[in-house]
Design a protein around this ligand. Structure first.
Ligand code: UGA
Length: 478
């Protein structure tokens, strides 16, 4: 099939590459020439500067020039095209609604080109990125306004998590296709023929509006589940020092109806999707005059979770951040990405600066360039010049009074040794990801340890021993 993929970011590029793997004639189009030129090289480093996904560069390199063509001009490609996938950015606006300006610009441009087709073969325009319910209908109206003939619109949301785009595209859990006519379903079956009668993959055909709603429901439900663990499991475990979070997780999720995914307590879920999608759904439902209490609560819990440990350090441990130096380990919103969109680290930095820290010593294995170029620009906030950037965890910790772990990078599992050799107690460890398995030994050596989803652990001092009271540190070896 002849396919055009409009937009070659995190959604569009992996989608185009995997479509090409299945022998379709795929034109990957973007208005950003630098990006397209980088992809055209077929070189891993060039491709990963824009989209860093395991297996993506290899897939692009294998198919480039054969089934996969990169272009910044699609004006000659409209004749004979079967499908156009729209994979465009829809960033959040201040009021929570989705900014559809890129999407609308691209739609009008396509409509002008499609209207001039000589070959009026059926073409289906498919929304792949997350767009508000009703956007496929909006696209239909735009095509009609321009007098485009013989077209259909569809919604085919993608459900891939970052870091899993290629494997997930080859073997998704489900494929959801929302369209209006059998003719259009048939064209989409041609694109996804490998999934249509698959024994494990659910291939669902429905209305465009249902498909759009499925995407919002799925993402907000996942965030609700994470927030339940953070906002209920976490609160329980931190208020009873004898509750063990790891056992709580196993006990609760050993029920076929309850998911293990999402039971990982953290300092809030970030990324380009959850926060944006829940705000957009709240906006859409409010606009329709419907109640959004649950969604609003989930959003608030997740946002508060991002700075909650800083507050706990002050109120539970009596720790003052004023004029202190804090090592911040992990800036990306999750491990194995350099993406900092909606990352907890951004809120942690704001909170620490507001509490008067002298300096923040930052380290992340992948996100340092993004941090320096984009977010921590001193011109945006003069306090950002209190942030310094370091090439390793050890160097970030060196000379600090406290440590905050914000991302679940694997290498942080071994931090206990680095801390012991780099920072002497008294020293406060805020663990936003429960990354230090051997925290007990640290507490025994005089460090204070405050994790998400767990009680504050303080070293045993003569005073606590004399009082005969149970110190939370007693639990650390269990
Ligand atoms: C999310 C969804 O998981 C995908 O299904 C969806 O397709 C995608 O958004 C999208 O709409 O494009 P993603 O944002 O890549 O994918 O990341 P996740 O792996 O879901 O993680 C999101 C955040 O939740 C991260 O900050 C992660 O660390 C956090 N998280 C995840 C937790 O705090 N606890 C958990 O148990 C799981």
């Amino acid at each position: 099939m002849k396919i055009i993929v409009v937009g070659t970011g995190f959604v569009g590029l992996p989608h185009a590459a995997v479509l090409a793997e299945y022998g379709h004639e795929v034109y990957a189009y973007d208005i950003d020439e630098k990006r397209i030129n980088a992809y055209r090289t077929g070189k891993r480093a060039e491709i990963e500067r824009y989209v860093n996904e395991p297996g993506l560069a290899a897939s692009v390199a294998e198919n480039i020039g054969n089934y996969l063509i990169f272009t910044t001009d699609i004006s000659d490609l409209m004749d004979g095209t079967d499908i156009i996938f729209l994979c465009l950015n829809t960033p959040p606006k201040r009021d929570g609604s989705s900014d559809l300006s890129y999407y609308l610009n691209a739609s009008h441009h396509l409509a002008e080109l499609l209207e001039q087709r000589e070959n009026k073969k059926r073409v289906v325009l498919v929304n792949k990125s997350t767009v508000p319910v009703g956007t496929a209908r909006l696209l239909e109206n735009i095509m009609n306004e321009h007098g485009v003939e013989n077209f259909g619109v569809a919604s085919n949301p993608e459900f891939l998590a970052q870091g899993n785009a290629i494997i997930g595209s080859r073997r998704p859990d489900r494929v959801v296709v929302g369209a209006d006519s059998e003719e259009d379903f048939e064209i989409l079956r041609g694109v996804y023929s490998q999934f249509v009668n698959h024994v494990r993959i659910r291939y669902l055909e429905t209305t465009p509006e249902t498909a759009e709603a499925i995407k919002y429901m799925a993402n907000t439900l996942l965030l609700t589940y994470i927030s339940f663990w953070n906002g209920v499991g976490g609160r329980l475990a931190e208020s009873h020092s004898n509750i063990r979070m790891e056992d709580l997780k196993i006990g609760v999720t050993s029920d076929g109806r309850i998911s293990t995914w999402g039971s990982y307590v953290s300092n809030g879920a970030g990324g380009s999707c959850f926060g944006k999608d829940i705000q957009s759904l709240i906006y859409q439902l409010n606009k329709a005059g419907r109640s959004t209490d649950l969604l609003q609560a989930v959003y608030n819990i997740n946002e508060y979770q991002k700075t909650y440990l800083v507050d706990r350090a002050i109120y539970e441990a009596g720790f003052s951040f004023n004029q202190k130096t804090v090592a911040l380990l992990g800036l990306a919103f999750k491990k194995r990405t350099n993406d900092m969109r909606d990352s907890a680290a951004l809120k942690v930095v704001e909170s620490l600066l507001a509490r008067g820290v002298k300096s923040i010593r930052a380290y992340d294995p992948l996100a340092m360039d993004n941090a320096q170029n984009l977010w921590f620009n001193p011109e945006k906030n003069h306090l950002f010049d209190r942030i310094s950037y370091h090439p390793s965890a050890a160097e970030a910790i060196s000379g600090s009074d406290a440590l905050y772990i914000s991302t679940d990078w694997e290498e942080f599992r071994g931090l206990a040794h680095t801390i012991e050799t780099t920072a002497k107690p008294p020293y406060m460890i805020l663990d936003g990801r429960r990354m230090i398995p051997d925290y007990g030994a640290l507490v025994d050596s005089g460090y204070e340890y405050l994790p998400v989803g767990g009680a504050l652990l303080t070293p045993i001092t003569e005073a606590t021993e004399d009082s005969g009271g149970q110190n939370p540190a007693d639990l650390s070896s269990k």
